[in-house]
Design a protein around this ligand. Structure first.
Ligand SMILES: [Zn+2]
Length: 233
């Protein structure tokens, strides 16, 4: 049925050297038993829950909020709106209300239950963790995010969540206004998205699937986009 659809992988590969908020490694894997020992390889992984391409559930910021396994599965399949902006001139660029309006003038009103993601161009720094974290001399991180007014407008549209190709929709702002606005509304956030530049602004579907971890506040997430026939960039 989906044979004419094309698929774009929106998750980065997870390994020990991916960029993290603290700069420490967020992922470790080890071989517990190997082929020559037991005829197969058994591994274990240890990771910070918010490593790599991952989802924040409401409970990440809201005591008693929905966790990863509580979120409605319907919200994990959503029409995808790609708000394309450039962070080339301003590393602290925040997607504005005007950016959303410009998107809607061109592609129509963002429909209810959409996933709105910002393609800021930052993903091209992923393979260079120092450039991706972009810490200044004081240790303050600098990368693009969303302005809170833009997120207010997206909430009016009834989105299921937002995503971005940086470590946080708040940019380096550690007061996390966007997290504090969105998560209490039962919405989710996806951080460190990949390959958004391959998507059309409108017409694709997102499928975002974190493992079903009970009580999880964040979880790595395999995210893909499905492009129906005729929809492409
Ligand atoms: Zn977050």
């Amino acid at each position: 049925m989906l044979s004419n659809y094309s698929v774009v992988d929106l998750s980065h590969e997870l390994h020990a050297d991916v960029p993290t908020w603290t700069g420490e490694s967020g992922f470790r894997s080890q071989v517990d038993f190997d082929y020559d020992e037991i005829g197969c390889r058994v591994m274990s992984y240890q990771l910070a829950a918010g490593t790599g391409t991952h989802m924040d559930a409401p409970s990440h910021f809201v005591n008693g909020g929905a966790g990863i396994s509580d979120l409605p599965i319907e919200n994990f399949v959503a029409p995808l709106c790609v708000i394309r902006v450039s962070s080339a001139e301003d590393n602290d660029y925040l997607v504005s209300e005007a950016d959303i309006s410009r998107f809607e003038e061109q592609y129509g009103l963002i429909s209810e239950n959409s996933l709105a993601v910002a393609d800021t161009g930052w993903a091209q720094r992923w393979k260079d963790p120092d450039r991706y974290r972009n810490a200044d001399k004081m240790g303050q991180l600098h990368f693009p995010g969303f302005h809170i007014d833009a997120v207010r407008l997206l909430l009016q549209r009834g989105i299921v969540g937002i995503g971005i190709d940086t470590m946080s929709p708040d940019g380096g702002n550690t007061e996390f206004p966007v997290h504090h606005l969105l998560l209490p509304q039962g919405k989710y956030i996806i951080e460190n998205l990949a390959n958004l530049h391959l998507l059309p602004e409108s017409g694709a579907w997102a499928v975002v699937l974190p493992p079903k971890i009970r009580g999880g506040t964040e979880a790595p997430c395999r995210c893909i986009a499905l492009l129906p026939p005729g929809v492409g960039k």
